[in-house]
Design a protein around this ligand. Structure first.
Ligand SMILES: [Fe+2]
Length: 302
């Protein structure tokens, strides 16, 4: 499937904010789609469960690199695959145009799903500018952490989609509570907590069950102290445990109108303090090691 990102770019035609899809030809057997993808986007390709979907790419201009093999695809390069055990991830090195021929019609689904998610994020931005930017940063962190933890392509893809939709439910929360300056009352916090259930309902429209579960469980904590279901340990999906770490990190380090974000060092210390009670040890350790040692590319995406 595809990927989005680069939330500063605006897509004029169909598609999402980083990728534009133009249907060139459709028959009963296949579709030909022109795909334009912005520099710094990440493209994830995967085959569906039936593994019978032939994909053929022809690079017209620009270049992209297979993130696992480092093979660079330039104008004239072709790529053909039918079965993928795990997702293939490409880093888009410069604005890239490719022709994509696909055996099983996907254009409408792809176009609608990606657009629908970005549209909800745009609507949320009208209410609360923080949430969309937070979502895109969290998605980027989550993808990287999933990769560093050795998750396979499908698991990484599920984490990405779950992260992208994790706070969609905030669209249902009243502005006065969402943007309140100052401490929330207990009642107001109860209202904020409902974003998880609403988000799950939204996510069910666009995501698989496994991806939607990540949305539903992203505020659960391994000692059972989270919400909305008070799940613990193995009851919580792995993707949700991973998302909890990066979501908390971004929330702690972000400046909000009512408080300044804490430093990276302090946020990492907080995460470490929560090992075994709030967060899964492996995810905290790998994330902290990465943040402490790598320069974070905030332009990278999903
Ligand atoms: Fe949330």
């Amino acid at each position: 499937m595809i990927v989005l990102r680069n939330y500063e770019e605006h897509v004029i035609k169909s598609g999402n904010h980083v990728a534009e899809y133009i249907l060139l030809h459709r028959s009963e057997e296949f579709e030909v789609v022109e795909k334009n993808i912005k520099k710094d986007a990440l493209v994830i390709c995967r085959t569906d469960e039936t593994h019978d979907n032939m994909n053929f790419y022809y690079i017209v201009s620009g270049s992209l690199k297979n993130a696992d093999t480092d093979i660079v695809y330039q104008p004239g390069s072709t790529l053909c695959f039918k079965e993928l055990e795990t997702a293939m991830v490409f880093e888009v090195l410069e604005d890239t145009k490719m022709i994509w021929t696909i055996q099983k019609p996907l254009y409408d689904k792809l176009h609608l799903e990606n657009n629908a998610i970005m549209q909800v994020l745009d609507q949320i931005q009208q209410k609360d500018a923080y949430t969309k930017e937070h979502t895109l940063r969290v998605t980027s962190y989550a993808r990287q952490l999933a990769k560093l933890c050795g998750m396979n392509g499908r698991e990484i893809y599920d984490v990405v989609m779950g992260s992208l939709c994790h706070d969609l439910g905030k669209i249902e929360i009243e502005d006065s509570i969402l943007n309140k300056r100052g401490k929330l009352t207990e009642q107001e916090f109860d209202v904020i907590k409902t974003h998880v259930g609403y988000g799950y309902q939204h996510a069910n429209e666009y995501l698989t069950d496994g991806q939607a579960e990540i949305v539903y469980a992203h505020h659960e904590r391994i000692d059972g102290s989270g919400y909305p279901r008070g799940l613990s340990e193995n009851q919580i999906a792995e993707g949700a445990k991973l998302l909890a770490v990066v979501d908390s990190y971004d929330a702690m380090t972000s400046d909000r109108p009512y408080r300044k974000g804490i430093s990276v060092e302090d946020a990492l210390a907080e995460l470490k303090k929560g090992i075994g009670t709030l967060y899964k040890k492996e995810f905290v350790e790998v994330f902290c090691h990465w943040i402490e040692n790598e320069e974070i590319k905030t332009t990278e995406v999903i």
